[in-house]
Design a protein around this ligand. Structure first.
Ligand SMILES: C[S@@+](CC[C@H](N)C(=O)[O-])C[C@H]1O[C@@H](n2cnc3c(N)ncnc32)[C@H](O)[C@@H]1O
Length: 428
């Protein structure tokens, strides 16, 4: 490796350690840390590498900690511990020992307060280079922290929980949604698999924006599970549609591409700017409102409410979430979802429909919301016929008529995000 390449690898590792410190020490989510510009000075390749390393480490954190435990007799400062965790994960996943060990020793030796621990880092990582890879493979698949694993195991059972742990450890492939009318054979050069629900799963992701069709907006990135709510709502050309909590706009694009007159609402100005960018790229049109979903007025043929939630369905792609959060904000979120659902119902024309969805694995943010809404609104029924679509496995359909998706479904294909959705019909 040339010197600049070595320096660049060390810089990416130093930044990955910073990201780990923020998640594990400050309880911040990675997207939040990145949005604050923490890595903006790095060249794009190093930034991507730092993110990848931090994500990999969080996925393997439980294994790394088990391997490190026998070598760390005293409590180690978090930054040094994170350097050891990152080094352990890299070594156990096949990185060259000299590169990893030298980088970590260099990073710790230059740290203002912890430089004297460079010897410890050197000794532990050298042992890890020898013993780590064999030990790694024998350890159990990492589990979610208990605060989250317990309610999920209670909801879905221990066997399903173990399968979800596997899915989280495996990470997520990259799925795309194509504009209607795009010939699938035109997308063959992307080396993708057509999924039963209509999304395309790419064999290898790489730099997405460099792939053919990205710049001219033929397709956009959207997990196969996240593409289903708009499919179920099945908007028709000319229908008036309100997309509540719309950013970054995956569902807005699907519905605009289907020919509906879409009004998209999101409370975040910054995130709404991404919806506009996405619409510009794809040449699709929607009216955008930066505002609170709870303050919207009007009557629409169809409303899609993708309510803010725990995002526990996206842990495959966001392994920082179980470590940055502790569940304390879930209660207020569940309350907000119920308020949003009740308000969204007032915006649906008689005979119209409301699609409620959350990217959550918690029944309180899915099945229970719909059961409670059905008790509250006599003019509400679940439209089960909305589920009569290609690729929907009947075992995913819930008692009240919604769709429950979990990361362990489609295990042989690479899984899917966890989601809940239900299509509600208002009496005419
Ligand atoms: C799950 S994301 C939406 C994803 C989006 N529907 C898509 O398909 O790309 C939830 C969104 O809700 C927005 N949000 C949170 N509280 C809101 C509120 N009170 N009113 C409107 N939007 C809100 C957040 O800014 C965030 O963009």
């Amino acid at each position: 490796m040339s010197k600049p390449a070595t320096q660049s690898a060390t810089q990416a590792r130093r930044s990955a350690i910073y990201l780990l410190d923020q998640v594990l020490g400050e309880g911040r989510l990675l997207p939040e840390v990145l949005a604050s510009g923490a890595l903006d000075k790095l060249p794009p390749e190093d930034r991507a590498r730092a993110q990848r390393l931090a994500t990999q480490t969080l996925r393997g954190l439980e294994r790394a900690d088990r391997l490190l435990k026998k070598h760390l007799r005293k409590k180690t400062p978090l930054m040094v511990h994170n350097a050891l965790r990152l080094g352990t994960v890299e070594l156990c996943q096949g990185a060259a020992a000299h590169g990893v060990v030298n980088s970590m020793v260099d990073i710790v030796s230059k740290h203002k307060r912890h430089s004297k621990l460079k010897g410890l880092v050197n000794a532990v990582l050298r042992k890890m280079a020898d013993e780590g890879p064999a030990g790694w493979a024998e350890l159990r698949v990492p589990r979610l922290p208990k605060w989250l694993r317990s309610p999920l195991a209670e909801a879905w059972g221990n066997e399903a929980m173990a399968a979800m742990d596997h899915a989280h450890f495996n990470g997520a492939p990259l799925d795309i949604s194509a504009k209607p009318g795009v010939d699938m054979s035109d997308l063959i050069h992307l080396d993708g698999e057509a999924l039963p629900t209509g999304s395309i799963r790419l064999a290898s992701a790489g730099q997405v924006s460099a792939l053919p069709g990205y710049d001219d907006g033929t397709w956009w990135v959207q997990d196969a599970a996240a593409a289903l709510p708009a499919q179920l709502l099945n908007v028709q050309p000319g229908e008036s549609v309100l997309d509540l909590c719309a950013a970054p706009g995956g569902k807005t694009m699907q519905m605009a591409a289907a020919g509906a007159k879409v009004t998209a609402v999101d409370i975040s100005k910054g995130r709404m700017a991404r919806v506009q960018e996405n619409l510009n790229r794809t040449g699709l049109v929607a009216s955008l409102i930066v505002g609170d979903a709870l303050e919207q007025q009007g009557q629409y043929d169809a409303v899609l409410l993708d309510a803010p939630c725990s995002a526990t369905g996206t842990i495959r792609r966001h392994p920082d979430l179980p470590y940055a959060k502790d569940g304390s904000e879930f209660g207020p979120l569940i309350e907000l979802q119920a308020q949003m659902l009740a308000h969204a119902w007032t915006l649906v024309k008689p005979g119209g429909r409301l699609l409620f969805c959350t990217c959550s694995l918690l029944p309180d943010e899915g099945e229970c919301q719909i059961e409670e809404a059905l008790d509250m609104f006599p003019d509400m029924t679940v439209d089960r016929s909305a589920l009569d679509r290609p690729g929907i496995d009947p075992t995913w359909i819930t008692e009240e008529g919604g769709l429950r998706l979990r990361p362990d479904y489609w295990a042989d294909r690479g899984g899917m995000d966890g989601f809940y959705m239900a299509c509600l019909r208002k009496s005419a």
